[in-house]
Design a protein around this ligand. Structure first.
Ligand code: 2RA
Length: 348
């Protein structure tokens, strides 16, 4: 018998991409049950070419389920993942509720897939999209060169903040199109008024050096996630990580500049070879031909794209990279699906 899967949070931005991914990947699942808040219950959504009615989240909805993917707010996951796990369901959770729990593996199949088997709480965590957008490439480089330090800046797409983020950018773009806004101090802010949605400032025609909520000493929650999650996934609990997270007017696909310092000297040829051959990573790096990854080309694709590979000018042990990854696919739904597939392979 093929395992039964529940998709909890099926109607959200990530849930929508998840249904598309489940329809595209090898069809290993028996029943696929779609679950959402009572507000969305009764809607019909297409998965694997069939219409499936969305059920409201309840204890009973997990009866007979083998694996459940959760893409819901942290507090909903914190409450419901243990309920599902107590019924014998293996939960793959994409919220922040369990990522740093020492009894919950934080899994990126290409980097630390072996960790799925040790899950005392019956819960596996999927990393945050910003970490996921770079970690497969970094994992491959770390395996060869031994990572010693990371300095990262993110350029994050608005869909990282869900449907509200995308709607906010679209509304603001129609507001500013054809105007001369963006030419005088504060003119954008006055035009946008309160309509900043989930962002603290206008995001159209702008960049906003903020993602997530305020943590100690001026750091954002998003920056802390990049640091803490990278350390956990790579098994480097003391890795120095400096990170600044920035929101840009891109719909989907996070980009990052990465300065990675390694134990020994690196060569550009060696790094290019590792990146080009690592599973799940594409090297796209020919600036002379105008070739480097950008969100416009990367959106809708599965791999992590790497370009602008350079050795640091002042440190022969460090590399500079520009990395792009679709934050809804590998950054969220795809990695969750890959983890669930590892569990399914174990069960069958
Ligand atoms: C963002 N990484 O881009 C977050 C979503 N989890 O806002």
């Amino acid at each position: 018998v093929r395992p039964t899967l529940a998709v909890v949070g099926a109607t959200g931005a990530v849930g929508t991409v998840m249904l598309r991914i489940l329809s595209q990947r090898a069809d290993i699942w028996g029943e696929i049950r779609l679950v959402a808040s009572p507000r969305s219950a009764g809607r019909k959504l297409a998965v694997r070419g069939e219409e499936v009615e969305v059920a409201a989240l309840s204890e009973e909805v997990f009866d007979g389920v083998d694996v459940a993917m959760f893409d819901v707010p942290d507090e909903v996951a914190a409450q419901w993942a243990p309920i599902a796990a107590a019924k014998g369901v293996v939960v793959v959770d994409n919220s922040g509720a369990f990522r740093m729990d020492p009894e919950v593996p934080l899994v990126v199949p290409e980097v630390n897939g072996h960790t799925v088997r040790n899950r005392p709480r019956g819960i596996l965590a999927n990393p945050n999209c910003t970490t996921l957008s770079m970690i497969v490439a970094l994992g491959a480089l770390h395996a060869e060169y031994g990572l010693r330090e990371l300095v990262v800046s993110s350029y994050q797409a608005v869909s990282g903040a869900g449907r509200a983020g995308v709607e906010t950018l679209r509304r603001q773009i129609s507001l500013v199109a054809g105007t001369e806004l963006g030419t005088g101090p504060g003119d954008l802010r006055r035009a946008v008024g309160d309509a900043t949605g989930p962002f603290p400032e206008p995001v159209a025609l702008n960049v906003v050096p903020w993602a997530g909520s305020l943590r100690a000493d001026g750091w954002s929650s998003e920056e802390m996630k990049v640091r803490d999650e990278s350390r956990k996934i790579l098994g480097l609990p003391k890795l120095p990580v400096a990170v600044t997270c920035v929101r840009v007017p891109v719909v989907t696909t996070h980009s990052l500049t990465v300065h990675a310092r390694f134990q020994d000297e690196v060569t550009v040829e060696g790094a290019r070879e590792i990146i080009a051959t690592a599973p799940g990573v594409v090297l796209f790096d020919n600036p002379a031909a105008g070739e480097f990854p950008t969100p416009a080309d990367v959106v809708g694709t599965d791999p992590t794209w790497v370009g602008r590979v350079r050795r640091a000018l002042d440190d022969p042990t460090a590399l500079e990279l520009f990395v792009c990854g679709d934050n809804l696919r590998k950054g969220a739904a795809l990695n969750t699906a890959q983890i669930a597939e590892l569990v399914a392979a174990e069960l069958s």
